[in-house]
Every structure is written in structure tokens, then in C-alpha cells.
Design a protein around this ligand. Sequence first.
Ligand code: GLU
Ligand code: MG
Length: 443
Amino acid sequence: MTERSGIHDPLVTFVTTDYAGITRGRSITAASYIPGQAKTLGWVPANMSLTPMDLIADPNPWGSAGDLRLLPDDDARFRFAIEGSATALDIVMSDIVELDGTPWICCPRSFLRNALDDLRSETGAELVAAFEHEFQIFGAGWYSAPAFSLQALRQADPFGPALIASLREAGLDPEVFIAEYGKEQFEITMAPCPALAAADRAVVLRETVRELSRNRGWRSSFAPKTSADGIGNGVHIHFSFADSKGRPTTYDAAKPGGVSDLAASFVAGILKHLPALIAFTAPSPISYLRLQPHHWSSSYTWFGDQDREASLRICPINRVGKSDPAKAFNIEYRPADACACPHLALGVMVRAGLEGIRAKLAAPPLFSGDPALLCSEECEALGLRRLPQTLAQALDTLLQDSTVCSWFDPKALETYTGMKRMELKLAGDALDDAQCRRYAEIY
Ligand code: GLU
Ligand code: MG
């Protein structure tokens, strides 16, 4: 850790990433945080009804009543320097618990943990995941540079190296820094790790990119669209399975696409419930500007082998260097963006996948092509259903899917849908550049 000048009593912040996908928290002096001592900080139930616009949904199930605690997970502390920041960023991922320490029904991190526990106890499988983020940088005064170009990478220098250094110090495994297709758009990929840690790392990544950009006088944004006709910023969630000994169980060379029975049923479960799931994974009004055909973002319930229009894509096996295909084999969930809470997004994927495993659902057919060129019977035979095209539709679809609703305490569902309906009201009907800019400033 770099020592810094100035009079600073370092703070550690207990954080939670809420239904709005916003990371909030409270700080204490780092000296007073002693791992293992179960220190907690106060929290308020109605906070979960906060819209991205900072107004609390009205009505909401909580009102002014009640108290909760933020319980830090000592194993999920991230403490590291960010170029240009006066003090280290020191955050501990925390669960929201009742005053007696039991998990609160709306805590997204507990939701994910419970889903992973059920997956493990019912199937013996451990979920491994990696979040891949796209974002844009504004205000840097750059020249326009071609897509994917060295110019775009070098112009941003030393943003990339500074970002990688911070993430490495934080204990993350950043892999590839990419100048993306869009204007001033970048992407960073991370190595896979156990699923709860992957969601925690997504939070760390987003906040590090934001802080590093701010420190340079720039503004970064993960919003799914920063202009109505511009390129989309996706969050692609890669997943695979391991057994209790860490051996990969996603790959089976004998099966279509190389997908093992376990993974195929998991995928089938996700596809079955996908139209409802996107209310959580693509959760803002402008998310639906991104989820359109021919945007490489996914817009159908579509299982594809190496096709970037698919909602669930089998990622390619790199055979250069003769690495073991089973180790690297993974599947990517594409209809997600950074307006979503990573824990909630991954949690609903796990719940849906587990339903598929319980029902022993067969592998969905693989498709590559353009669904627009198929007749409705062909689409149906291939399981290709168009995803909801607005957030309002996605919320209605969610409430019609009794299986998805059953994963939540009714009050938690009421909190989520009530907050989203209020967000829709505050956002208004326009899905234009001004709306995208508004979201770009929040996310
Ligand atoms: N930007 C695209 C999206 O919105 C993804 C492009 C890619 O495949 O990397 O998801
Ligand atoms: Mg990309």
C-alpha cells in the first residue's frame, strides 16, 4: 500500500449494492474495524426503495419504520490505491441483516449466496463466474480514434495500466483491456472465480473505473446506452461449473456444442425464464434501447454457439497452445447491463438454472442466424421468443412468471417492482439522448 502525505485517518466503508445497482455504504475508521469482531453499522429498510434518481419510491412497503445492520464479510474486503486518490479505497462487501443478525429478505448478496448454497446442496456443483464490462469515457478531450485501435488504447494511456494496477492490488484478476467498437468505449475482462466473489469483484471494478476517471477529470459511464443511437455498454456474465474438488463439469465433447447435461439443463432453465429475468438484469428504461436485434446484445431467448446475437452464448474454445478445453469452457449471459445489481443479476440466473436442473430440462436447440428471417413456427421450434421490449413489459412479464416470483419474499418483490415503477414514472416516456445522458451520469 502506498503511503501518502497529509493528515488522514483512513476509513473503511461497509458497502451494499442495492436493487438500483448503486453501491451505498457507511464508513468508520479503518483502525476500529477488527475482522472477526462482527462489527455492524446501521441501515434503513426504505433505502432499498431508492430509485436511481435518489427519490424513495412512494408507496413502498417500509416507510419510516424499522432498522437493519450492515454486516461486513471479512473475507470480502478490498483495500487498494487508485491513482490520484488521496487515500486508499477500502471497502468491505456487507450483507444487510436484521438486528439479530439474520439476513434481511431484500439483501441481494444474501439472495445470491442462498441460491448458490441451494445449487451446491442439490447438485454438488459450484458456480464459477466472471463479469465482462464495457464502459465509455467522456471529457478526456481525445481525438477520434478507430474502433479497436492501438491509437484508442494509447490515447487513454496510462488509464489502462493504472486501472490494471489498482485491480491487481485489490486482489482481482484483470485479464484483457480492450479499446472497443464504440466511441471512447473500453472493455475489461476478469478471470473467473467463485460466483459470489465474481459479483463482489464487479462492484469493485465499476467503482475503480469511476474513481480513476474522476481523478483525471474525466467521467466514465457503464450506462447501457449513453446516446439513443450510440453503441451499447453491456455486462456479459460468463459462467461455468466445477465439482467439489474444483474439476470443471461444463464441458462434454460428446454433446451438442460441447455442453454437459448439467450445464444444458441450467441453460434451459435460464432461457425458460429469461423474459422475466431481464426485469432484473436489464433493469432500466434505456436498457431496452440496447436489447435490440443486430446490436450484438441479445433480443431473443436464444442459445447460440459463438454467436454474439445470442442471449446465452457458448464461448469459443481456444485451441492454440493445446490447453484443456474443459478448463476454459464457459457460457456467457449477454442481456445484462450495469444498471443491474451484480448479486441480484447472478442470483436470478442461478435460481432459473437450478429450476432447469431440477426439471431435468433438455438442452435447448442451438441457433445461429437472423430470427427476423424465420417464420413464427420456425422461431417457436427453436425456442426463439422475442424478449420484452420495454421495462414496463419486462416487469409485467416478471409478475406473470409465478416461478420467478416464488424466489422472493412477497415484500421483496413489492420493493423491487415498486421501485422500478417509480423509476419509470420519474424517467418519463422519452427514450432519447437526454434520457441516456441522465442515466450516463448515474451509472
Ligand atoms: N456492446 C455490445 C453489447 O452491448 C457487445 C459487443 C461485444 O460482443 O463485445 O453487449
Ligand atoms: Mg465487448
